[in-house]
Design a protein around this ligand. Structure first.
Ligand SMILES: *Cc1c(COP(=O)(O)O)cnc(C)c1O
Length: 395
């Protein structure tokens, strides 16, 4: 049995999205910037896609800028707030310790340029509170950037409350909502969000395309210089097939959100309950405020990478928080941020589900994971030390 349980890394494109893209190759192949009919027809399709995306977020089409993905949107949002903040002498940015690298690495770069960054602690409940944001805001704060939902451990942040705090303090608020868009109900106006990043391939759209919502009146700087595309804020001929595919996928995701989530949450909770039976493991992330498809655990006495390889051999595609694939032996910054010690953080497993997963697949995972964990523990010197009392259990 093949089970794809890595939907937080990327999703399979939906048939509807794929179908929506085809005319962009065959009919609407014109350049939306061209003045002739073929170009203007492509332009019309582009603007329809913008309207669709705007409707799903509760904003105006003119507030949507298409990008090459979530990472570019994060870079542009943060760089823009930093640039305009610095002009007013404000060089302090607030974020969280468990952001995606697209945010954290942009903030690192800004620190080298003289900005001061406060990363909020996420140990308590594996989440942050709006009060933490409020307490961290200073006279010279030019941006609060907090992810909507965490990609590794699934915690959903109190975005509306953070938005309210930022609005009251007059500080621009950006959220990396890549894991939330298409999965959770979002209304950027009601939630007082000034900027929001999204990515097509996290909700069954194509890869290499995303968008940045920017509230009217918030100024942007360019990350990609070039032509006058995207109101002059993002140069480069628009990737029309991908943009149209993303809009179609988002429309579907928003229309079917309640039904999809009811199904996915039931599968998730069954998986969490089943895995929790394994001794000496612990759920990562916020139990109550959690992404519908996220299951994340740490197991004591095993290596996440070995676990993944053995699961893969049984047809299960999952992911681990450790960053060995990126050539580093350091465990995930997210797991360290929530207070997991190195050894425990190394034994992590993330299963991320979507509405296409089935009950039979969950049963298969629940048969295989306990077997594989036991097999690995039986080979582990760390596990032997734990069992003989030479080392103390943490979980
Ligand atoms: C996937 C992801 C990104 C990056 O999006 P890309 O479109 O792959 O660049 C950023 N933030 C979060 C939370 C993500 O899950």
């Amino acid at each position: 049995m093949q089970v794809y349980a890595d939907n937080a890394a990327t999703t399979k494109i939906s048939a509807h999205a794929l179908q929506a893209m085809m005319p962009c190759f065959e009919i609407y192949y014109g350049n939306p910037s061209s003045l002739h009919t073929v170009g203007q027809e492509a332009k019309e399709v582009l603007e329809q896609a913008r309207e669709t995306v705007a409707k799903c977020l509760g904003c105006q089409p003119r507030e949507i800028y298409f990008t090459s993905g979530g990472s570019e949107a994060d870079n542009q949002a943060i760089r823009s707030a930093a640039f305009y903040g610095a002009r007013k002498g404000k060089k302090h940015i607030i974020s969280t310790a468990f952001e995606h690298h697209a945010v954290l690495h942009t903030l690192n770069a800004l620190e080298k340029e003289g900005f001061e960054v406060t990363l909020l602690d996420v140990k308590e409940g594996h989440n942050i509170t709006a009060q933490q944001v409020k307490d961290a805001i200073r006279e010279d704060t030019c941006l609060v950037t907090c992810m909507y939902a965490n990609n590794e451990i699934g915690s959903v942040l109190p975005i509306a409350q953070i938005g309210a705090v930022c609005k009251e303090a007059g500080v621009p608020f950006h959220t990396d909502a890549v894991q939330a868009v298409g999965h959770l109900q979002i209304d950027v106006k009601e939630q007082n969000i000034d900027m929001l990043s999204l990515s097509g391939h996290k909700f069954h759209g194509p890869k290499g395309v995303g968008a940045l919502y920017v509230r009217r009146g918030i100024p942007l700087v360019n990350v990609i210089e070039g032509g006058a595309q995207e109101r002059g804020k993002r140069g480069g001929t628009e990737n029309l097939p991908a943009i149209v595919g993303m809009a179609a996928a988002l429309e579907d995701a928003c229309a079917n959100m309640d039904a999809n989530n009811a199904k996915v949450i039931a599968l998730r909770d069954k998986l969490i309950a089943g895995i929790s039976q394994i001794p000496h493991c612990d759920l990562n992330g916020d139990r109550a405020n959690r992404l519908p498809g996220n299951v994340s655990f740490c197991f004591e006495g095993i290596e996440g990478e070995s676990l993944l390889l053995l699961l893969d051999a049984q047809g299960i595609s999952a992911s681990s928080g450790s960053a060995c694939t990126s050539g580093s032996l350091d465990p995930s910054h997210v797991l360290l941020a929530i207070g997991r010690v190195h050894d425990v953080a190394h034994g992590s497993l993330r299963l991320s589900l979507c509405h296409e997963n089935t009950e039979e697949e969950i049963d298969h995972i629940l048969t295989v994971v306990p077997q594989v964990v036991e097999l690995l523990r039986n080979m582990s010197p760390v596990w032997r030390d734990l069992q003989t009392g030479k080392r103390e259990y943490i979980l």
